[in-house]
Design a protein around this ligand. Structure first.
Ligand code: ADP
Length: 202
């Protein structure tokens, strides 16, 4: 660390970039079981925000795990490191002025609290994508529940690894009770006042 000389104070600031983009940056953190709808809603929400003139970036579990986190597995340590890196990337995007939609199971309160403290409580919006395990399992989008039940995947969240539901999320979406469009709209309605600058026309 002795030979590292950060130059943050000589660079343009987040506020400069927010001004250029005419938006206030935030991190929307989508948490929920596999198959609850995080990726689907993230895509819909990104498009919706883009159509309204907001610049967003989606960080999605499988994309990150196939790239920057390809060396990580699903042990407790690796899951923690996965979230640590994602939170740091989210923070970089935040300071780039973007609205970042993070879509990760993030099963433990500790991991979400860690992300929140890395990003900063004022800029972190926790969105609980909630669907009963039976519903997620019946969707089985990627066939992973079947494999987990057959014992082919160990430590699968909801089957043999716990999911701790958020106690007081900023937004909760019950995806077995609404459409994808309704889900994205509810999140949009919740965050719009936090990301829009007053002179933006929507
Ligand atoms: P995750 O990213 O949480 O693992 P996915 O988005 O990959 O989940 O899969 C969710 C599945 O549930 C998709 O096939 C999607 O079409 C379906 N689905 C049904 N209703 C909803 C809803 N209201 N919101 C999101 N997804 C829904």
């Amino acid at each position: 660390m002795n030979n590292i000389h950060p130059i943050f104070d000589r660079l343009l600031q987040r506020a400069d970039r927010e001004k250029l983009l005419n938006q206030k940056s935030k991190v929307l953190w989508l948490t929920g079981l596999s198959g609850s709808g995080k990726s689907t809603i993230a895509q819909e929400l990104e498009r919706k925000l883009y159509n309204e003139g907001f610049l967003c970036q989606v960080l999605d579990g499988d994309n990150i795990r196939s790239g920057i986190n390809s060396n990580l597995g699903f042990t407790i340590e690796d899951r923690e490191e996965n979230i640590r890196r994602i939170a740091e990337i989210g923070k970089l995007y935040l300071h780039s002025g973007l609205i970042t939609i993070c879509s990760f199971i993030s099963p433990t309160k500790v991991s979400r609290d860690f992300a929140k403290s890395t990003i900063g409580a004022d800029d972190f919006i926790e969105v609980y994508i909630n669907a009963p395990l039976e519903v997620c399992e019946s969707r089985d989008v990627k066939g992973l529940y079947e494999k987990a039940r057959a014992g082919e995947i160990k430590g699968f969240t909801g089957i043999d690894s716990p999911y701790e539901a958020p106690v007081s999320p900023d937004v909760e979406i019950k995806t077995d009770e609404c459409t994808v469009e309704e889900a994205a709209q509810k999140i949009f309605d919740n965050v719009i006042a936090k990301i829009a600058v007053t002179n933006k026309t929507i």
